[in-house]
Write a protein that binds this ligand. Structure first.
Ligand SMILES: [Zn+2]
Length: 1078
């Protein structure tokens, strides 16, 4: 038996995924695999290599002179402090936004028409278009009970095949495979859904000429349109959605029954130079918007109605449809080319040889076979390039595999690790690599016989032969200097300058650490953590503390020469918490007193990190520095910074310099940190500009995090800070990590996004990594791919666990390859595309003016949609906007990215906030980036039962004055209270029936004894538990000044910074697409 159960991580205080993972995968061949990894007890088997470590041999020289710490100060005072923070750092800003709701008052109500259902259509996503026979399960054998298609109509039909290896699923099980289609013409896959309203659409199309008699913009509807073009017979089963004529008018009405490709003659503007479209009644774009390169559209005729927002694709509806259709059955990863449920859907996962979507999501699950196909029809950074964000550590740990002294079995040539894509041959004596086809001998100890299908008989006993994700125990060959690693250390650096003390930060940190140190990460919940700790305080000098267990009191050593940082003590600096508990507690009690009356306002920053680095070097271990810092480091020292904040540069070509670090000092320091496995987490408590762009360099390059508490006040921000700190200290971590992505011949990983360092083009180096860090990888073609074999990716992360064990986490992923463009658009994931695009854009602003970045984004997305329209969509009026089903939300989400604070800031957002958000996004996973760009707005109506009320779209016009709404952005929570909210509702939530008596400064709701209050607080708690950062609650009363901050997140509306509304942007995209097609 070579697989052992995975130790349970401790403490499980946070649940990364609200939904359970079921990793049952293939059926166990013996009991050892039968347990769920989540509930496995810790095993002391071969896994427990490190255990508690003895302390270091301490052969260091005599300690330098020291001064005894004395209790000399009286208790500290927390003063009235700085101005009240308004949460996210947005200042109140006079609105320039006209009310919007009135504009739609006369719009026709939405009326959806359901297309005729397909006969015997299953309620499930579209099947692959290719015949099932050409889609073998790649290498990894599907287990006998596998359901290749989790169709609700075939819930209990097992996939039975005489040759489960490569045999095609028999036709009856497969959902209706559409005839081998060639596009164009021909509809994309049909996608019927069981719920009837509103209809699922496979093509969202709108616009087209509007008869002048139309009273208002007609609704978006599906199925054959009474007014729109009548679909040709081949479209009759297609649920094409036509938005009949809206404001995107053209001169001619749609041609019923139009056939024959893309009729350029349909539109008078086609083939002409770009210019105002006759009859174009699109919205006006203010000068500062300037999307793309085209001229502004002509002024709209005054009588023109605006496009009805209800008639355009709704994120809420898409999310809801996916939830209804895909949450009931587990998602099985064994079916290649199948897009998983959306990140907003709760679902279970069965690992059948591909990594769970919790670990890897792709922009597209069909890759083009050839680079030509990818290049010719799409822009270089297209969603057709697969870019899975890789969640490398999670709270649902995979199985651990130990291949013994020889280490993990690998391909001789490309070094890919053993995985379900290795094909055993010659009776099991050799295996052929799925990535490079090289044949490698099977070591004798790993030999196993094959069954009659050519599969190893122990296949289902071994996670590495049957699962998408697992871990190997790494041998000493995988360790730095061929030496098993020491357990990591945590070092706490506390700024004790005037601002840090006065804000209450120092006191809070010291009080909290006394408890928190008992919750350092560990793999065995029964044992003590092996992580050792050290403490330093600093302003413009550094104070090191000796907390050796034999001391009665901690000892302080001051290093005032910070120009060439050294470590003044070795013995007693890094200690075990239990060994030195009394001394540490005494120190943490004394620090706030010692500095309570400090007058020192200047700080250093570079020497702080240097000191931590030196300490880890001296101890020969990896570790993490927790730096609690308050000001711009202007004291004379390496890494000293100057205040370069200059708002005049915003919007100019020089703006990019503000996102770049001031000097190369911190980049160089990062390199040293990564080499040592020194990860830095930075907690900022600024009252003014601190240059996050520069201070964040080391955290971002070392796999660390930056937390920012602007205008920190103990009373109101304590909860948020402490929750962040607790989570940050406790979460499972890896250290000294290297990630390598291997691919099958034909594609390769070309670009990476995230918090890491790269010293070459292939190895992603992370001093630390945790469950909150995602790496996004871009793949490009370098050769032809085969439709038969698909494309394979293997992501391997070598790291040191928090118990000091060297491990390799492996994620495997196979996607389909296709030669038809239409297939590319069939299994895309818009949320992942947006994750990739936003990271790309946020990085581009380091070198490119933000306006250029925005224009490029619009152009790229327009090209993607134009390519679909040109090659895949059924013929229809040129005036119609036709969106692929999987990408119908691309415009609305893209608009949210474009008008985000980083790319299009309002006057009220600081440069530090923008730099902070930019860094934050770089390691977000798809779920986080989704809510970051499209927040969740919940009407608090009936809160009975366990389910949440259905969200509403992020627009002011969706708010009722009589209601109360909860808005979650991933970083903030707002409770918006309508001015006419029902008294009963207010009483239930706030304990008062009177609007005017609600205190807008409260950060938590009163604990009232009624079901509504209880349920609301439960919802808030559950939202918080799903996010990596604690969301502070802000109560916003309608028409209060703070409402502007709230409205900032209503991302379908026009923004005060000039960002377009969704409706306007969609019209603009349509224009861009038409220009590309002309
Ligand atoms: Zn190979």
């Amino acid at each position: 038996l070579t697989s052992a159960p995975r130790p349970v991580s401790t403490p499980q205080a946070y649940s990364q995924y609200p939904q359970g993972d079921s990793q049952n995968g293939p059926p166990p061949m013996d009991h050892s695999m039968a347990q769920s990894p989540v509930s496995q007890p810790y095993s002391q088997g071969a896994m427990n290599l490190s255990g508690p470590h003895p302390s270091y041999s301490q052969q260091y020289g005599a300690p330098p002179p020291m001064q005894q710490v004395t209790n000399q100060m009286s208790g500290m005072q927390i003063g009235s402090g700085p101005p009240t923070s308004v949460g996210p750092g947005y200042a109140h800003h006079p609105s320039t936004q006209p009310p919007i709701s009135a504009a739609y008052s006369s719009a026709a109500p939405p009326s959806y028409t359901q297309a005729p259902p397909l006969s015997a259509a299953p309620s499930q996503p579209p099947p692959p278009s290719e015949p099932a026979a050409s889609q073998p399960y790649y290498g990894g054998p599907p287990p006998p009970q596998q359901q290749p298609f989790p169709s609700a109509h075939h819930p209990s039909q097992p996939f039975v095949s005489s040759s489960p290896y490569l045999g095609p699923p028999s036709q009856p099980q497969a959902p209706p495979v559409s005839q081998q289609q060639s596009f164009p013409p021909g509809p994309p896959a049909q996608q019927p859904f069981p719920n009837s309203a509103p209809p699922p659409v496979s093509q969202a199309s709108y616009s087209g000429p509007q008869p002048q008699s139309q009273p208002g913009p007609p609704p978006f509807h599906s199925g054959p349109s009474p007014r729109g073009p009548v679909p040709p017979p081949s479209m009759s089963q297609q649920q094409a959605n036509h938005l009949p004529p809206g404001p995107m008018q053209q001169q001619q009405p749609p041609q019923p029954g139009m056939q024959g490709g893309y009729p350029t003659q349909q539109n008078g503007a086609f083939g002409q130079p770009r210019g105002p479209q006759p009859g174009y009644a699109g919205p006006q774009y203010p000068g500062q918007q300037n999307y793309g390169a085209g001229p502004a559209p002509a002024p709209a005729p005054p009588a023109q109605k605006r496009l009805d927002p209800d008639s355009i694709p709704s994120p809420i509806q898409v999310i809801e449809d996916d939830r209804v259709n895909k949450s009931s059955e587990p998602f099985t990863t064994g079916v290649k080319g199948q897009a998983p449920p959306l990140v907003t859907t709760n679902f279970q996962v069965k690992d059948q040889g591909n990594a769970s979507p919790r670990f890897i999501r792709c922009t597209a699950y069909n890759m083009p076979c050839t680079a030509d196909m990818a290049k010719q029809h799409t822009p270089p950074q297209s969603p057709l390039v697969c870019s899975p964000p890789l969640k490398t550590l999670s709270y649902t740990p995979p199985y651990i595999v130990d291949h013994g002294e020889g280490g993990p079995i690998r391909c001789n040539r490309c070094k890919a690790y053993m995985c379900p894509y290795m094909q055993f041959i010659e009776g099991g004596r050799r295996f052929q690599c799925g990535f490079c086809s090289c044949v490698t001998e099977v070591p004798p100890h790993y030999f196993q016989h094959l069954d009659h299908t050519g599969k190893r008989v122990d296949c289902y006993d071994r996670p590495e032969l049957s699962q998408g994700s697992y871990e190997f125990v790494a041998t000493v060959d995988y360790c730095k200097n061929n030496k098993l690693p020491q357990p990591p250390s945590f070092i706490f650096f506390i700024d004790v300058s005037y601002n840090a003390v006065k804000s209450g930060m120092v006191n809070i940190v010291c009080q909290e650490l006394k408890t928190l140190l008992d919750y350092l990460p560990r793999e065995n919940p029964e044992a003590d953590s092996v992580v050792r700790v050290g403490f330093v305080t600093y302003n413009k000098v550094l104070h090191f503390y000796n907390v050796k267990s034999s001391l009665a009191q901690p000892q302080m050593m001051v290093v005032s020469d910070v120009s060439d940082m050294f470590l003044p003590l070795l013995d007693g600096f890094l200690v075990g918490v239990n060994d030195s508990r009394m001394v540490i507690e005494s120190l943490l009690d004394q620090i706030p007193e010692m500095f309570a009356d400090t007058r020192e306002t200047e700080t250093v920053f570079g020497p702080v990190i240097q000191a931590g680095l030196e300490a880890l070097k001296a101890a020969d271990c990896a570790g993490k520095l927790f730096v609690f810092h308050s000001t711009l480091p202007i004291a004379e020292a390496p890494g000293k910074l100057k205040n370069r904040e200059d708002k005049k540069l915003v919007g100019t070509d020089k703006e990019k310099s503000l996102f770049q670090p001031q000097s190369g000092f911190y980049s160089n320091l990062s390199k040293e940190c990564v080499a040592q496995g020194c990860c830095v987490d930075l907690f900022l408590f600024p009252n003014q500009y601190v240059d996050v762009a520069t201070l964040g360099v080391v955290p971002v390059s070392t796999g660390g995090s930056v937390y920012k508490y602007t205008y920190f006040q103990a009373e109101t921000d304590r909860e948020r800070f402490l929750n962040d700190l607790r989570r940050d200290v406790q979460k499972p971590m890896g250290f000294d990590a290297v990630m390598r992505v291997r691919t099958s011949t034909g594609i390769r990983a070309t670009d990476f996004f995230g918090s890491f360092f790269m010293s070459n083009t292939t190895d992603v180096e992370l001093a630390g990594l945790d469950c909150d860090k995602t790496v996004t990888v871009e793949f490009r073609h370098d050769d032809k791919l085969s439709e038969d074999t698909g494309a394979l990716m293997q992501c391997a992360v070598l790291y040191t666990s928090c118990s000091g064990q060297r491990r390799l986490r492996v994620h495997n992923m196979a996607v389909n390859c296709c030669s038809q463009l239409a297939d590319l658009y069939r299994n895309c994931e818009t949320d992942t595309i947006i994750n990739f695009f936003s990271k790309y854009a946020y990085r581009s602003i380091l070198n490119t003016p933000t306006k250029t970045v925005r224009d490029t984004m619009v152009n790229q997305c327009a090209q993607i949609l134009a390519c679909y329209r040109k090659n895949c969509a059924s013929p229809s009026s040129a005036g119609q906007l036709i969106l692929p089903e999987c990408m119908k939300l691309l415009p609305v989400y893209l608009n949210c990215v474009l008008k985000s604070d980083v790319l299009q800031p309002g006057a009220d957002i600081s440069l530090d906030d923008r730099a902070y958000l930019r860094q934050l996004l770089s390691c977000m996973d798809v779920s986080e980036s989704h809510i970051f760009f499209y927040p969740r707005l919940l009407p608090l109506v009936k809160l009975d039962g366990g389910s949440l009320p259905m969200a509403v779209r992020n627009s002011e016009e969706r708010l009722s004055k009589g209601g109360v709404y909860l808005l979650e952005t991933g970083l903030h929570l707002f409770l918006w209270v309508g001015a006419n909210a029902q008294q009963e509702l207010l009483s239930n939530i706030f304990g008062t029936p009177t609007f005017s008596q609600i205190d807008p400064n409260m950060t938590s709701l009163p604990e009232l004894d009624n079901p509504f209050s209880q349920r609301l607080r439960e919802i808030i708690d559950s939202f918080r538990s799903q996010r990596s950062r604690y969301m502070k609650l802000m109560v916003v009363k309608q028409e209060d000044k703070a409402e502007l901050i709230f409205k900032h997140f209503l991302c379908e509306d026009k923004s005060t910074s000039g960002g377009a509304s969704y409706v306007d942007f969609l019209c603009h995209m349509h224009k861009e697409i038409r220009q590309l097609l002309s």
